[in-house]
Write a protein that binds this ligand. Structure first.
Ligand SMILES: *Cc1c(COP(=O)(O)O)cnc(C)c1O
Length: 393
């Protein structure tokens, strides 16, 4: 083991193991992003050629302005900005449209950062119940809106629904939600943290007013990094510029965007995101094969008696929740290492990323694994089952 400094060890998990961590695979860096991190690591490195009107997204060298335009086009939206994580995107949007006493409609599978963004704005979340297949539909959103109207006398200020949720990786009816949002005249933020950057996503085609994505979740980028993209109408609101005037000096900073705090994602993180963009643009076209691979994996995984898939089937995302209560957990109950026996067995086979010690319900993500790695992964689970007398059919 080598150390960078003191007790900070070199991290080589992606080089040495097959990593099935639920949140890590889509953020794995490209070699270009790694180079960008080194070359642009110094603090205000992106400011070398910053000229009037002095705003990050206007810089021409390196071509940050051009990148912003391309990014908006790639997502089928009019304007895009980069932010430090999807969470900062939610925060910017919610605080632009909601305030104390307002309601924001979210999914019953909403990410905690959506809750926090709403709380930060002084508003309250109103959760849409799931249907029988654990998805959010336009119909259920409409019902929730009616409920909020009856209860508070006001319409919600924002609908924020996940394209794919983080708990099950299920796809939600975002097109149906967009239609309902339009009918009520409420803006719709499509949380695309698990979709932008791994699969083709077009905000216009979905009918979303705003898309928020994550650079470190799904865009082969370092943390923190994220994306907010909006239609012209909502860009004017979310990316509104400062009106403040200094009472002594009379100073104004006219072009700085309030929610972006003027300049947002500066330096290496932005340039790394840009450096990964050509790869990301190509890799989203290969999403159907990623889906094929997870469906091959689940088919093999289900041959282990007692195993269940808790996510919707067939899979439409590589993030998948499995239940091994009636297989590996049975082994864990009598094993001296308890649930850690599974982690030990996987690690012995150079597989990591499962929640250490978990043998009941847990998540895995096969994004980016090769067919060889997928077959090896499936075989490894079957081998472990066989070793402990769990039947494989
Ligand atoms: C990961 C995730 C987030 C948070 O993304 P950050 O970029 O880390 O802020 C938000 N929502 C969902 C659904 C996620 O999966």
């Amino acid at each position: 083991m080598k150390y960078i400094v003191d007790d900070v060890e070199v991290r080589a998990r992606e080089e040495l193991f097959i990593n099935i961590h639920p949140i890590q695979p889509g953020g794995r860096l490209t070699p270009e992003a790694m180079k960008a991190l080194i070359a642009y690591g110094d603090g205000y490195s992106t400011c070398d050629w910053c000229r009037k009107p002095f705003r990050l997204d206007k810089i021409q060298r390196p071509p940050i302005a051009e990148f912003h335009a391309e990014l908006a086009g790639f997502l089928g939206m009019d304007e895009a900005r980069v932010v430090p994580g999807a969470r900062r995107g939610f925060q910017a949007v919610v605080s632009s449209v909601a305030g104390p006493g307002d309601s924001v409609v979210v999914s019953s599978l909403a990410h905690y950062t959506e809750f926090l963004a709403v709380e930060d704005a002084g508003a309250v979340v109103k959760e849409v119940p799931l249907n029988q297949s654990n998805t959010v539909t336009g119909e259920n959103v409409a019902q929730k809106i009616e409920g909020v109207k009856r209860e508070t006398g006001k319409l919600p200020k924002l609908i924020m629904i996940d394209h794919f949720d983080y708990m099950l990786g299920n796809e939600h009816d975002v097109r149906g939600v967009a239609k309902v949002a339009k009918e009520y005249g409420i803006p719709f933020l499509c949380n695309s943290a698990y979709s932008i950057g791994v699969m083709p996503v077009n905000g216009m085609e979905i009918g979303a007013d705003i898309l928020v994505g994550s650079g470190h979740k799904s865009f082969a980028s370092p943390a923190p990094s994220g994306i907010v993209a909006a239609t012209k109408e909502w860009a004017d609101k979310v990316f509104r510029t400062t009106q403040m005037v200094g009472d002594v000096t009379g100073r104004r900073f006219g072009i700085k965007e309030i929610e972006m705090m003027g300049c947002t994602l500066m330096g290496a993180n932005l340039i790394a995101l840009m450096a990964s963009f050509p790869t990301v643009r190509e890799r989203v076209k290969r999403w159907p094969e990623e889906v094929e691979k997870i469906n091959y994996f689940t088919k093999e995984f289900l041959k282990i008696q007692g195993n269940l898939i808790l996510s919707e089937m067939p899979r439409r995302h590589t993030l998948t929740k499995v239940d091994t209560s009636r297989s590996f957990d049975k082994v864990a109950q009598v094993h001296k290492r308890r649930g850690f026996f599974l982690s030990d067995e996987l690690r012995d086979r150079r597989i990591i990323g499962e929640f250490a010690g978990a043998t009941r319900a847990w998540k895995l993500n096969t994004y980016g694994l090769t067919w060889d790695q997928i077959r090896y992964l499936a075989q490894s689970f079957q081998d472990i089952a066989g070793k402990y007398g769990v039947e494989v059919v």
